[in-house]
Ligand binder design. Structure first.
Ligand code: AOF
Ligand code: ZN
Length: 368
């Protein structure tokens, strides 16, 4: 069946375009804009990079004279402020766009409804909320960062059905299937940083780069949580130079180790005054470095600590149809247990998908 041509139809195109730019706009949102006049698309635009033109700018430029009297479909409320670029509201007004359809309001406190207000004040018809849920989900990372200054934290795990991320002998290759593992590279691409605990560096010595379709110019920053500086200056993360390596540590560390790691290329950041990395302070400091989203790839202890401290915004789990048991086998979330089932952390809303013979579960953690 061909889809009906209506507001959802064009907004869906704008959302699709924005989705393709996930991972390349830094702390900025992804935004798509479609201009339609007399039943024909006359302009298309996507925000491609922080500091470059907003979606509306590209679409209006493409439309030229056809922008006058058109309807603009924008996935995010047009901005009303001077940032790195001038306000898109003013551009739409000057271009004599007749009607603006917006999927969701801009959570940026500098905009937050004022863009919509300004357009209406100028007599432009504005409809808000077309495919809102999709648009809000699409920019969940941006919304968290722009309202709190803290990065959006996604934990990704790959475990057996009994929640194990390795066997009791430490073997973990591989738990999830090949398709799931490929998806993880795309997930990495859509975050500004990848974070692991030092245990993962010591056991797996991963390079923590993204490899999708064989090419990737956008490598996330690599972040290692390492209270006692056990990371070796010879670790693989220092070998390729594709993206910076940040080691989150404490003030109590051995200065000789610190010097060696700095020389290897690490940027050491001390977090809190204790002997353990203060994770909240760590995230705040990463936020000030313009890191707006982090993909945490374990291990269980780091996952557990982040969860316990309620610093997690989304959990993505790949479940493989395998059972390995083993009381000593590590689990995907390791922390002091919750004693009553009624107090369990629940994922809601939940998205479930089958990836070959694996199951993908993604949700937002909620504490009772
Ligand atoms: C839009 N269309 O395509 C985008 C918007 O620093 P700047 O000038 O790039 O502004 C960034 C802010 O502008 C960002 O925080 C968000 O509020 C809005 N992004 N707005 O109308 C776009 N990318
Ligand atoms: Zn704008």
């Amino acid at each position: 069946m061909e889809p009906v041509i209506n507001d959802e139809f064009y907004m869906s195109l704008a959302l699709d375009m924005a989705q393709r730019a996930q991972g390349q706009t830094g702390i900025n949102p992804v935004v798509g804009c479609v201009l339609v006049k007399d039943g024909a698309v006359v302009g298309l635009g996507t925000h491609l990079q922080r500091g470059s033109g907003h979606a509306e700018v590209h679409a209006v430029r493409m439309a030229g004279d056809h922008a006058e009297g058109s309807t603009a479909y924008v996935t995010l409320e047009p901005c009303s402020h001077y940032g790195k670029t001038p306000p898109c509201c003013d551009l739409l007004i000057e271009s004599k766009v007749k009607r603006v359809v917006v999927a969701c309001e801009d959570p940026n406190p500098l905009v937050a409804g004022t863009g919509i207000g300004k357009l209406r004040q100028k007599g432009i018809e504005v409809k808000v909320g077309v495919l809102r849920d999709r648009a809000v989900r699409q920019n969940e990372k941006f919304a968290k960062f722009i309202t709190t200054g803290m990065p959006f934290v996604t934990i990704k795990t790959a475990s057996t059905l009994d929640g194990k991320i390795a066997t009791d002998s430490g073997d973990s290759k591989w738990i999830s299937n090949e398709e799931a593992r490929l998806q993880v590279h795309s997930l990495r691409h859509r975050h500004q940083a990848i974070m692991v605990g030092v245990g993962t560096i010591l056991t797996d010595d991963p390079s923590l780069t993204t490899r999708h379709d064989g090419v990737d110019g956008q490598q996330p920053v690599r972040v290692i949580v390492d209270s006692r500086l056990r990371t070796s200056p010879e670790a693989k993360v220092f070998k390729d130079g594709t993206s910076p390596v940040i080691i989150l540590t404490t003030k109590q560390v051995d200065p000789v180790k610190a010097k060696l790691l700095s020389e290897a290329g690490a940027n050491l950041v001390s977090c809190g005054s204790g002997t353990q990395v203060d994770l909240k302070s760590a995230l705040q400091q990463l936020g000030t470095m313009d890191i707006g989203s982090i993909l945490v790839e374990g291990g269980g202890a780091l996952n557990g600590s982040l969860l316990k401290e309620r610093l997690v915004d989304r959990i993505i789990m790949y479940l493989a149809p395998k059972i390995v048991g083993g009381n000593a086998a590590p689990a995907s979330f390791s922390f002091e247990g919750i004693h009553r089932m009624g107090d369990a952390v629940r994922l809601d809303p939940l998205e479930v998908e089958q990836v070959g013979d694996n199951v993908l579960i993604s949700g937002i953690p909620n504490w009772p």
